[in-house]
Design a protein around this ligand. Structure first.
Ligand code: PLP
Ligand code: SF4
Length: 366
């Protein structure tokens, strides 16, 4: 637990690192929150004003990373609601039009060869900028076993699908047994080459990544995991151990972040995050431009800022520590790159180096 945490009834260590204890003792009210931080009047008001809009739940572990005194703490801002969520006239419920891309309940198909399969509506906690807040945390979206089977049947009769991404919500909120049943069903489909899991639990509830879970996953290789760290404060020893258990099970671990105003929208923070991830053997994969999603105007930053942040990393850290900055669209993900290829002169191409020097290179003929 963070030093100086005001938690009154500190649990004993064994319970603290038991993920089911964490799930049972999650923060659900402004009173619960007050055991960890001194909530501002805006935060207290927002917890009740937003109660029926988007669920408010935080694991004790993640809450212990919040700065008790600083409402702008980058951990706290990700999970504690603010009244600003009600002031976003441009925000949409489903900016990627995912519902229209669903051949069967909770399967999103934007690409011919791969799908995002939203197997679970639940997470360990709810991020205020969640792209799937229209369904995540909403009990009406819970997938029954029969509905999961119907989606698996769709994959079975769609031979183009070679890559299945299990996401949600969070697939690791499932019990080991339920998750194994689902993965075994998908693994039995000959045309499915890789199974990926998109999960934030290494960040929000690292104790969920048990040896038993990793042993189970390792029986269904190739399995890949993408997790979701947004700020260096989240790179704790517990999170590092969770990622280490996954990589030792032979699972490549990647990271996707969202570019969030006041949380990670400066080059120094992003560099510390990405270098910290690489030290944990986690490969920064994507950083998403925040979508035009309801209740998130206070998180969005202009694309120019994002481009400058990743330009500032180029040449100044390992290539491994530089993720692809992308905008997700209903037509797929689009890279948002600084235009290093400046143009053409005669038969040459003209490029710009990371530090602004211009280089001419002959362009080989076709
Ligand atoms: C992001 C995404 C994928 C996976 O895309 P990659 O670029 O291969 O990581 C697949 N389907 C949907 C709908 C997605 O949003
Ligand atoms: S963990 Fe992922 S799916 Fe769950 S609330 Fe956060 S962003 Fe949404």
């Amino acid at each position: 637990m963070a030093d100086g945490s005001p938690v009154q009834a500190a649990p004993d260590g064994a319970q603290w690192s038991d993920w089911t204890w964490q799930m049972r003792h999650r923060i659900r009210t402004a009173e619960d929150l007050a055991a960890y931080v001194a909530p501002t009047p805006d935060e207290t008001q927002a917890v009740s004003a937003l109660a029926d809009r988007f669920r408010f739940v935080i694991t004790p572990y993640y809450a212990s990373l919040m700065d008790p005194a600083d409402p702008d703490c980058p951990v706290r801002r990700q999970v504690v609601p603010r009244m600003a969520e009600l002031a976003d006239p441009a925000g949409l419920a489903d900016p990627l039009d995912e519902v229209a891309h669903s051949p069967v309940k909770n399967v999103v198909r934007v690409y011919a060869d791969r799908i995002a399969f939203c197997v679970n509506n639940e997470c360990a906690l709810y991020c205020r900028y969640c792209l799937r807040k229209r369904m995540v945390g909403d009990e009406d979206w819970a997938m029954k076993k029969r509905e999961l089977s119907e989606a698996v049947d769709w994959i079975r009769r769609t031979p183009e699908i070679r890559d299945v991404l299990l996401t949600g919500g969070d697939p690791l909120v499932f019990s080991d047994d339920r998750l194994e049943w689902l993965i075994a069903e998908i693994r039995a489909i000959p045309h499915v080459e890789i199974i990926r899991l998109g999960t934030r639990l290494p960040v929000t509830l690292p104790f969920r990544v048990t040896d038993a879970l990793c042993d189970m996953l390792a029986r269904y290789h190739p399995i890949w995991v993408n997790t979701h760290f947004n700020h260096p404060k989240e790179l704790t020893p517990e999170a590092a151990e969770a990622c280490d258990r996954l990589t030792r099970a032979g699972i490549p671990v990647g990271n996707q972040s969202v570019l969030l105003r006041g949380i990670n929208d400066d080059a120094e923070t992003m560099k510390a995050l990405c270098e910290g991830l690489v030290r944990m053997r986690v490969r920064p994969y994507y950083v998403y431009q925040a979508q035009m999603l309801e209740g998130t105007a206070h998180f969005r930053v202009p694309v120019e800022r994002g481009i400058e942040i990743f330009r500032a990393l180029r040449g100044r850290t390992s290539g491994y520590a530089i993720p692809q900055y992308v905008l997700d669209t209903p037509y797929g993900k689009v890279p948002l790159d600084y235009p290093y290829l400046r143009g053409r002169e005669g038969d040459d191409i003209v490029v710009e180096s990371y530090d602004g020097r211009v280089w001419r290179e002959p362009n080989p003929p076709d």
